[in-house]
Design a protein around this ligand. Structure first.
Ligand SMILES: [Zn+2]
Length: 217
């Protein structure tokens, strides 16, 4: 393992954990965050720590094949889920898992969020599926998440929360915010008779717009 890469990943995880704490995504229960170091190792938030006082070196370095870890702090119980996703998705370098309220509401109803928000489709890749229920921190939960995330960067987890992945942790963080908003829109629009889904044609048109015409370049 390249120690410089490991330190960069630890710093990124710690910074994002504090950002998550201030974002309102973790009201009540804490989620967990990780960044890939290489094909064998990841850095992940420790289990049961107070997030405000976290320091970079407290982010736990875990071997994704054996789940052995360095140092005295135990990694998050959901390390097995993060490791499974990194192994199944080589392009993923950052993962965020939260128990945010609206995502959890949809996950508890075990509903799929159809493609309704433009940023949802652009960033998360379309509908947001709900991973089947499994005990937290088990290989079964990892399998259920990998399946629900197929071709997507976000999913909810039945009666548990949400998970987002991306090529960087910063992007996975944005994905968490977008997923939480899509969940809220999905819930609120039920009051008005339910959401109207975007058509495949609309999705293609604005995906092209975001990729090629939006922003400064
Ligand atoms: Zn959880």
């Amino acid at each position: 393992m390249d120690r410089d890469q490991a330190r960069i990943a630890q710093a990124e995880v710690c910074k994002t954990a504090k950002k998550m704490y201030n974002s309102g995504l973790v009201a009540g229960t804490w989620g967990n965050i990780s960044a890939r170091i290489d094909d064998e190792y990841m850095a992940i938030t420790p289990s049961g720590m107070d997030y405000e006082g976290l320091s970079d070196e407290q982010m736990v370095i875990v071997n994704m094949n054996t789940l052995e870890y360095e140092g005295n702090l135990k990694p998050s119980i959901e390390a097995v889920v993060h490791a499974g996703i990194y192994k199944a998705r080589p392009e993923v370098n950052g993962i965020m898992h939260t128990h945010s309220t609206n995502a959890l509401t949809v996950a508890t109803a075990r509903r799929e969020i159809p493609p309704i928000c433009e940023d949802q489709v652009q960033i998360l890749g379309g509908s947001v599926r709900c991973a089947e229920y499994a005990m937290p921190g088990t290989p079964e939960m990892a399998e259920a998440c990998i399946k629900a995330l197929e071709g997507r960067n976000g999913a909810t987890i039945a009666n548990h929360g949400a998970i987002t992945v991306d090529e960087s942790l910063a992007k996975a963080f944005t994905g968490s915010m977008v997923l939480e908003k899509a969940a809220q829109v999905f819930i609120d629009s039920q009051l008005l008779g339910g959401p109207v889904e975007l058509t495949g044609e609309d999705v293609d048109t604005f995906t092209d717009f975001f990729r090629n015409k939006y922003g400064q370049r």
